[in-house]
Design a protein around this ligand. Structure first.
Ligand SMILES: Nc1ncnc2c1ncn2[C@@H]1O[C@H](COP(=O)(O)OP(=O)(O)OP(=O)(O)O)[C@@H](O)[C@H]1O
Length: 302
């Protein structure tokens, strides 16, 4: 199932924080949202899982506006791992994961064998099967995150919407979670702060800056030193990962703040200036010009 986000604007108390965003998350692909703090990633994701209503624009699931779906129908299509947590559940881990089956149940209907099997599998996927009978409130932050992810898996959605799913996870569980997402090949829209993780796991990236989508494309063409300087304000080199061949970003921790880009400097085809809406056009994807951050030697990625 694909997600089409068309000219989406979202506001809090009249203050627009996502402005005319257009992006496509293709069926079966992992689509990443990256951007600085406050750029609008969570807000955009909240409109996809219907927590927020846009002031303009639409979110289409295979052409159907998500707001036209009943809550149960929407929950069968979209499972979310939001940043905001709806209270601490006084439930066992297994009961929390079983909540993922609710959209498929008639009122007061209990679990059947198929539900129990799906819940067990979801718990095993996130390595929490041994904790199934523990209280959710007794878990560490990373363990809770994995249980909530298992709940999303148990929901068997067409689309997974994950807001910073690697928060709280140690490095092994981060790697495993992202590997699991790749192995599942389910349509996934994911926000990530870790740009190296985004480069490794995402088929396409959309970069948000001040509520605008300013660049879109495969990680290799989007994550350039120029964009990292301009959008994130950091000096960085982009190399090839020696083990995987993915883009590998090395930040300059000694001089983190990049100088403002030179006026009239070269810009890749997919990169609109911050503050100006970018309309992704898959047909125009291709190798983008790679410009080094100010003060570094220019380099080309393959
Ligand atoms: N409930 C809210 N009420 C008012 N303003 C909000 C609310 N939630 C977010 N904002 C504001 O909207 C803007 C975008 O926030 P959002 O959480 O979408 O950004 P983000 O890119 O996900 O940030 P981060 O990387 O820090 O999680 C920010 O300026 C934020 O302060």
């Amino acid at each position: 199932m694909k997600i089409d986000i068309e000219d989406l604007s979202v506001a809090y108390q009249g203050h627009t924080v996502v402005a005319g965003a257009c992006l496509l998350a293709a069926s079966g692909e992992i689509t990443g949202l990256v951007g600085p703090n406050g750029s609008g990633k969570s807000t955009l994701l909240r409109t996809v899982y219907r927590h927020l209503k846009p002031v303009a624009g639409r979110v289409l699931l295979d052409g159907t506006d998500v707001r036209a779906l009943s809550p149960a129908r929407a929950a069968r299509h979209v499972a979310a791992l939001p940043q905001e947590r709806s209270g601490d559940f006084e439930l066992t881990v297994r009961e929390v994961v079983a909540m993922g089956r609710t959209p498929y149940k008639r009122a007061f209907a209990g679990e059947d064998a198929a539900d129990r099997e799906l819940v067990s599998r979801a718990l095993a996927d996130v390595e929490m099967a041994d904790h199934a009978e523990r209280r959710f409130t007794e878990l560490s932050g990373g363990e809770r995150q994995r249980v909530l992810l298992a709940r999303a898996f148990a929901q068997q959605p067409d689309v997974l919407v994950l807001d910073e799913p690697t928060n709280h996870l140690d490095v092994r569980h981060q790697v495993e979670l992202l590997g699991l997402l790749r192995a599942r090949r389910r349509s996934t829209l994911i926000s990530l702060h870790d740009l190296n993780a985004a480069a490794a796991v995402c088929d396409r990236l959309h970069v948000l800056h001040d509520g605008h989508v300013v660049a879109s494309g495969p990680p290799r063409t989007v994550l350039t030193p120029a964009l990292l300087a301009e959008v994130f304000g950091v000096r960085a080199a982009v190399a090839e990962h020696p083990l995987t061949g993915d883009p590998l970003i090395a930040f300059d921790h000694r001089r983190p703040l990049a100088a403002a880009p030179q006026a009239g400097s070269e810009r890749s085809e997919q990169q609109a200036p911050p503050g100006r809406p970018h309309r992704p056009d898959g047909a125009r994807d291709g190798a983008a010009a790679v410009r080094a951050a100010p003060g570094t030697a220019p380099r080309q990625t393959p």
